[in-house]
Each structure stands twice: as structure tokens, then as C-alpha cells.
Design a protein around this ligand. Structure first.
Ligand SMILES: [Zn+2]
Length: 96
């Protein structure tokens, strides 16, 4: 039974193909980065990343290239900075 479950997870991984920088650039979306060590996070501008790494570069592999500007750790996770799932939405002045 455990084998069955593992196979299902493999299928899910295969379906979830990595998104490339060029796809984010087309949407005007940046890359959200999160340091697994200290929790420092930032959103990188997509245009500069495409210029440096090319539009076909997979977003999940960016983490291996980044270093946390807070603590210097290389344990940095990345994902598309979709507005809906990004860092807590901006609160307008006086909204809170
Ligand atoms: Zn850090």
C-alpha cells in the first residue's frame, strides 16, 4: 500500500513541471525568495533575472544560485511571486 502512495506522489511531481523565468516575465511577476535559515525574504525583479540567466531557466533552480542577504545562507527557496499567494498583501495606509 505504501508503494501505491509513493507512485501517486511521483505522478504529482511529474505534473508539476517547473515554471521558467520567461513565463513569469510574460506575466510581469517577480520571484519570491525565502531564506530557510533566518526567514529573510524578498521578491526579485524578473527582468534582471531573465537578462542574467535566460528565459528558459527554471525558477526552482534559482535557489541554488542565490545567497541570503540577511545571513549569507545558501539555503534559499524560490517560487513565483504570484500576487495571490505571495507575501501578505500590502495594506494601504490607514487600512489597518
Ligand atoms: Zn538568511
Amino acid at each position: 500500500m505504501a508503494g501505491f502512495k509513493r507512485q501517486a506522489l511521483d505522478d504529482e511531481d511529474r505534473r508539476r513541471r517547473a515554471i521558467a523565468l520567461g513565463e513569469l516575465a510574460a506575466e510581469g511577476i517577480g520571484v519570491f525568495c525565502w531564506c530557510n535559515r533566518c526567514g529573510h525574504n524578498a521578491t526579485l525583479g524578473i527582468e534582471r533575472l531573465v537578462q542574467e540567466l535566460g528565459p528558459a531557466f527554471p525558477v526552482p533552480e534559482l535557489g541554488a544560485r542565490l545567497r541570503c542577504s540577511g545571513c549569507g545562507s545558501k539555503d534559499v527557496a524560490t517560487r513565483p511571486g504570484w500576487p495571490a499567494v505571495g507575501p501578505v498583501a500590502r495594506h494601504g495606509p490607514g487600512a489597518g
